[in-house]
Design a protein around this ligand. Structure first.
Ligand SMILES: [Mg+2]
Length: 318
């Protein structure tokens, strides 16, 4: 697969050094520059380079302090930093590594060395990103996988706990999927899952909402900052959408097309005082709601609020 050239951010207060390094790199890389630490930080944040070449001695904020700041921010933390400095003692080089630098190049810069190290670290970084993305993706549907879902719900519930804002979870299960697989075969079953995933993505439009495949024919949608009205309305829209889409399923119990059941779990802090919620509790209420939807004849959505099982699912704030 063709890749875009790696983006290298050079942060150095000396314009002639920037020019020399940029000239050496520009045939193979997209080079962006900053002549001050603060400007460099903003560039790193906005442009997400694949590598930062960072000078150490700069006015105002020096390279070591900037590296500390980059490593403290989750958005810039993974970007590899190579220090480029005339400070060449072992102590200074060791300090660069301690602060999270992946390499240290001394000035005057030897260009074959610069090119070799830039090549190594941009390649490693791209490979890491690719592996992380693979590890978070369901290979069949391209949706977030169970692992990513767990990470996402942990993160979003922790955020909701801090901000005391409501959050909802939909668990969506395809009705009568076993007879679908049994009669049409697993190949068609897989095609069906891919199609369902695409339809769910179409229904869920906000960038902050994550659609995941939880396993088998079960999907999850985490909806941050969403109240019961919003969540229930989305769940009903999804149920209706599948009734309109009419994916053929002659072996379904109710209709001759595919339907879904949805459990909606809602965490609403207005009823929970200052309690801290465990993500598991939200999954449990959504599961209960899904069970209720299945019991109620499928092809519908049912809702449960977290406070209904308040006593056994809520850990009190310390
Ligand atoms: Mg300097």
């Amino acid at each position: 697969m063709p890749q875009t050239p790696a983006r290298v951010l050079i942060i150095d207060d000396d314009v002639s050094t920037i020019r020399l390094m940029a000239d050496a790199l520009s045939s193979e890389y997209e080079v962006v520059i900053a002549t001050q630490a603060e400007e460099g930080f903003v560039q790193a944040l906005n442009l997400r380079p694949d590598l930062i070449l960072l000078d150490v001695v700069m006015p105002d904020i020096n390279g070591f302090d900037l590296c500390r700041k980059l490593k403290a921010d989750a958005r810039t933390q993974p970007i590899p930093v190579i220090f480029v400095s005339a400070l060449d003692t072992v102590t200074e080089q060791a300090r660069g590594f301690e602060l999270g630098g992946v390499d240290y190049i001394t000035k005057p810069v030897e260009f074959p060395i610069l090119l070799a190290r830039v090549k190594t670290h941009t390649r490693l970084y791209r490979q890491t990103l690719q592996l992380e993305s693979l590890a978070a993706t369901d290979p069949l549907t391209g949706l977030a996988n169970r692992r990513k879902f767990d990470e996402c719900i942990q993160h979003e519930v922790a955020r909701a706990n801090r901000k005391r804002c409501s959050i909802a979870l939909l668990i969506i299960d395809i009705d009568d999927f076993k007879p679908f697989n049994d009669h049409y075969g697993h190949g068609k079953g897989d095609d069906c899952l891919v199609r369902v995933a695409r339809l769910l993505r179409q229904c869920v439009s906000r960038a902050t909402d994550t659609v995941s495949r939880l396993g088998g024919e079960e999907f999850g949608v985490v909806l941050p900052d969403t109240d019961s009205e919003g969540a229930v309305s989305l769940a009903n829209d999804i149920v209706t959408f599948f009734n309109e889409e009419k994916i053929t399923h002659h072996y379904a119990t109710q209709h001759d097309y595919l339907t879904v059941s949805i459990g909606v779990g809602i965490l609403d802090y207005s009823a929970l005082g200052d309690a801290l919620i465990d993500p598991r509790s939200l999954i449990d209420v959504a599961d209960e709601a899904l069970y209720h939807a299945k019991e109620s004849g499928r092809n519908c959505s049912k809702t449960r609020f977290l406070q209904q099982s308040f006593h056994n699912s809520v850990a009190n704030a310390p």
